[in-house]
Design a protein around this ligand. Structure first.
Ligand code: TRP
Length: 467
């Protein structure tokens, strides 16, 4: 993290650009107060339940290291180009997805931006339910301790009124922070939360290494079994995870970049954000698998449903007595912190769209949209199968299709994407490759992945509703 010099962004700059940009509205737009502030918020968006909960259960389910390797390849070849595209569009237009797409592509692209906002709505509504579980587990570790029979406990708190209550509580916290605005709410929380999260994850990974019998966990995590990994199902999951983990495909990074001043160095930001995101996911694996294997609970990993993390790990912690309780507390606090900073970005997409497009005030947007997201989450809170379905639909359809649309838009439709990406302090190194990837690599790969994920996801939807 030390590689980024934290310059303060000049607020006069905002004002001048606002005037030149032709409007009072522009001049009063909020902005990150320093480059570290943006970095912390963007990494905060990327690093979340995706890195810890989703990454671990997918790695367990899809065959360990081979899945991790595929996910890394997708991050490099598809994730980083699309991330840079989002940053370029957002900073250039100084608008969230609806305004940015209209700015660079004309009015008819607004519909795509609107679809992004809907996706954000959908993701946040179930994301917050899982975040609610983590909040509950953290509070329980602090107070009464999580019961030894972790499976039964998870069964009783993961669905129903309890789950809804903690989901609503988590949304309330998110609403308070986003209500504070970009620099005074999101940024102020992120600059504290991100370093804290990083320290916690490192400490827990080191702790895992001190446990006896943790070797099996490393072997499981780091031994690639490519024979199993090259199925289409694994490919789709790895691509979806690359997008989800980097918060791509629905304009979240675009929205955050819209609060950047002209001078921000976008190519560097995209590399640093992606490295931090992958780094934390990798570290999360180094903490999860050794701890579980050290206590001989690999069976719970093998079951690998999306709740495994909430069963295997608390079970392991409960076995360890007092130390376990403390380690468990740190672990669930890390999850809550990660989930919270990610939820901020999802919610900011929805809120800023209501402010920019509907002309609402921030408090009004936060209140109305927050209540709607909370209500929409009721389905996921009541039934874990609904949550799973929403996650599949959001990732395997919406984010992948959104990423495809963004690559085509930036690579083929927009004028001079390279000049726009380079503006400010950017360099042009690698930007030719970037556009080449956006034009010729990202679209075919995503079409291939969608070709398989669309029918599979629709089939799951159908099976759910047909019983
Ligand atoms: N990236 C976050 C995580 O890994 C989740 C997230 C935040 C997200 N904003 C997003 C996912 C936008 C997709 C789109 O937990």
């Amino acid at each position: 993290m030390g590689r980024l010099p934290s310059r303060r962004y000049a607020s006069e700059d905002l004002h001048i650009r606002g005037v030149l940009g032709g409007g009072v509205a522009q001049a009063s737009r909020d902005q990150w107060s320093s480059s570290f502030g943006f970095f912390a918020a963007a990494v905060g968006s990327a690093v979340g339940l995706g890195n810890m909960w989703r990454f671990s259960y997918l790695t367990a389910e899809k065959g360990g290291a081979a899945f991790v390797a595929l996910y890394l390849v997708f991050t490099l070849v598809i994730g980083i180009p699309v991330l840079l595209a989002e940053l370029t569009l957002g900073r250039g237009a100084q608008k969230g997805p609806i305004g940015a797409l209209a700015h660079f592509g004309g009015e008819r692209w607004k519909a795509l931006g609107a679809l992004f906002v809907v996706t954000g709505f959908l993701i946040l509504s179930y994301y917050s339910v899982i975040a609610g579980w983590t909040l509950r587990y953290a509070l329980e570790s602090l107070t009464v301790g999580i019961p030894r029979d972790a499976a039964a406990h998870f069964g009783s708190v993961s669905e129903g009124a309890d789950a809804f209550l903690f989901h609503a509580l988590f949304m309330a916290i998110t609403m308070v922070i986003v209500g504070g605005g970009v620099s005074r709410g999101i940024e102020r929380v992120s600059v504290v939360a991100m370093p804290l999260l990083f320290v916690l994850v490192c400490a827990l990974a080191l702790y895992g290494a001190t446990l006896e019998n943790s070797a099996g966990g490393y072997r499981y995590y780091l031994n690639a079994d490519f024979a199993n990994a090259l199925s289409l199902d694994v490919l789709v999951a790895a691509a979806g995870q690359a997008f989800f983990s980097l918060s791509l495909g629905m304009g979240a990074m675009m929205t955050f970049a819209s609060y950047l001043p002209r001078e921000a160095h976008l190519t560097r930001e995209s590399w640093v954000i992606a490295s931090a995101d992958f780094g934390v996911a990798f570290l999360a694996g180094l903490m999860v698998f050794p701890i579980i294997f050290a206590l001989g609970l690999q069976g719970a990993v093998g079951e690998s449903t999306l709740g495994a993390l909430f069963v295997a790990l608390p079970g392991a912690f409960a076995e360890m007595g007092g130390t376990g309780r403390f380690v468990g507390l740190l672990f669930f606090v890390a999850l809550v912190v990660g989930a919270l900073t990610s939820a901020l970005s999802l919610f900011e997409v929805v809120v800023s769209a209501a402010i920019d497009e509907l002309g609402w005030s921030r408090p009004k947007a936060v209140l109305i949209m927050g209540v709607l997201v909370t209500l929409l989450g009721a389905g996921a809170a009541w039934n874990i199968a609904v949550l799973d379905l929403m996650d599949q639909v959001a990732n395997n359809l919406f984010l992948l299709a959104g990423g495809l649309a963004l690559a085509v838009f930036t690579g083929w439709v927009m004028d001079e994407p390279i000049a726009e990406a380079r503006a400010g302090l950017g360099s042009s190194r690698g930007l030719g490759i970037w556009r080449f990837l956006l034009r010729w690599v990202v679209p075919p790969v995503l079409i291939f992945v969608l070709w398989h994920s669309v029918p599979a996801t629709l089939e799951n939807l159908w099976m759910f509703f047909a019983g």
